[in-house]
Design a protein around this ligand. Structure first.
Ligand code: NAP
Ligand code: GDD
Length: 348
């Protein structure tokens, strides 16, 4: 049987690494777009290239950038993919405030470039497309939990750029009958999460503090509340979405809430440190109950001009129609991330 071909933008990111492994295990020929960089940026998928010859033979990397229409067109033409997973993005919400134009270009127009490449190359009826949409689309809206019908009210340059992509995908599905799906993903984390995102910033700092390599962890909005899942569970749903009779949009979430403060408390507890919180606002501190030492402080530097206070999702549609449920609990996720960082720090 001829292997299916998948093209992944953002293959070097967290989700790209989990998804490429899943697809290779399913027998796919996987192609990934890698940004040109002055240094090595494929660390998250390097293991796939060395695990076994069979896996390495199924992974093909191409230099490209979502801001470069001609390059995207040429890669799509040469690969002729059965499935495209558009994971590439400037994905940091805080950074989108300082790079709004670049974020709009990559996260908004980048999707349009990909869809146009598929359409212009005559692949509209053969190539299925997954778009990495986001719970950040809901922004400041107060309805909770959020489902596919909840109105979008994005309040960051990132969310607004992703909103453009969301509707572009819906429009290409309706106008050209293309198989295009939006996965509205709530926050999902893992040991492969970038260290600028709050959970990994916490797990890596907890490991360093436990090993005596760092004194204090500085965070911003401790009250922010998110629906944290495990990235490894979420890539399975991306694939499932492209295997249905008809394209549709789905929320992916655990339905459970945790504040940043609770996540930090659980991460410290995992290494045997009981954190007691005192004070409020910028004066709030997390204190080691045993030693009395301050291990966590709040800094203005990590607050955003506008933030999303609370995000929790209702993934009933994915559960009922695709049979998908996330299997990793928040406690397991926290332990997995902290243990990974402890081991990494010990080996440095
Ligand atoms: P990530 O770790 O930040 O990875 C982003 C990927 O996009 C990286 O491979 C990055 O390349 C690539 N990229 C950035 N700019 C690009 C450009 N101009 N052209 C081509 N590629 C570019 O993000 P992630 O957590 O895996 O998330 C994957 C996707 O899901 C993103 O679109 C994100 O916005 C979306 N999403 C994520 C979550 C979440 O909680 N993780 C939730 C909802 C939606 P480099 O490695 O070179 O930087
Ligand atoms: N990054 C970061 N750093 N966030 C902090 C910090 C800090 O020091 N302190 C508090 N926070 C708060 C942020 O203000 C935010 O409310 C929350 O922690 C989560 O921040 P991030 O981990 O940066 O994630 P995000 O929710 O803004 O964005 C992620 O999830 C989106 C889905 O809702 C990213 O993965 C996006 O790409 C994704 O679309």
């Amino acid at each position: 049987m001829v292997a299916k071909k998948a093209l992944i933008t953002g293959i070097t990111g967290q989700d790209g690494a989990y998804l490429s492994r899943l697809l290779i295990d399913k027998g796919y020929e996987v192609h990934g777009i890698v940004r040109r960089s002055s240094d090595h940026n494929t660390a998250r998928v390097d293991q796939l290239r060395t695990d076994s010859n069979q896996q390495a033979a199924r992974l093909n990397l191409h230099f490209g950038d979502l801001t470069d229409s001609a390059g995207i067109m040429s890669i799509v033409e040469s690969v002729q993919p059965d499935e495209i997973y558009n994971l590439g993005a400037q994905s940091q919400v805080d950074i989108s405030f300082s790079t709004p134009l670049y974020t709009a270009d990559v996260d908004g127009l980048g999707t349009l470039r990909l869809l146009e490449a598929v359409r212009v190359l005559g692949l509209a009826n053969t190539t299925r497309i997954y778009q990495a949409s986001t719970s950040d689309l809901y922004g400041k809206g107060s309805a909770s939990p959020k489902c596919e019908q909840t109105p979008f009210e994005p309040n960051s340059p990132y969310g607004i750029a992703k909103l453009y992509s969301y509707w572009t995908c819906v429009n290409y599905r309706e106008a050209y009958d293309m198989y295009v799906c939006n996965g509205i993903l709530f926050n999902h984390e893992s040991p492969l999460r970038g260290e600028n995102f709050v959970t990994r910033k916490i797990s890596s700092a907890v490991a360093r503090i436990k090993l005596g390599k760092q004194d204090v962890l500085q965070l911003g909005n401790l009250d922010a509340t998110r629906d944290f899942g495990f990235a490894g569970d979420y890539v399975e749903l991306m694939w499932l979405m492209l295997q249905q009779d008809a394209a549709d949009d789905y929320v992916m979430a655990t339905g459970k809430l945790s504040s940043v403060r609770e996540f930090a408390r659980a991460a410290f507890a995992h290494v045997g440190i009981e954190l007691r919180f005192e004070g409020s606002g910028l004066d709030e501190r997390g204190i080691d109950a045993a030693s009395g030492k301050t291990l966590l402080t709040v800094s203005k530097e990590f607050f955003r001009p506008t933030d999303v206070d609370l995000l929790v999702g209702d993934a009933s549609k994915a559960r009922q129609q695709l049979g998908w449920t996330p299997s990793t609990t928040l406690q397991e996720l926290t332990a997995m991330m902290v243990d990974f960082d402890l081991q990494r720090e010990q080996n440095l």
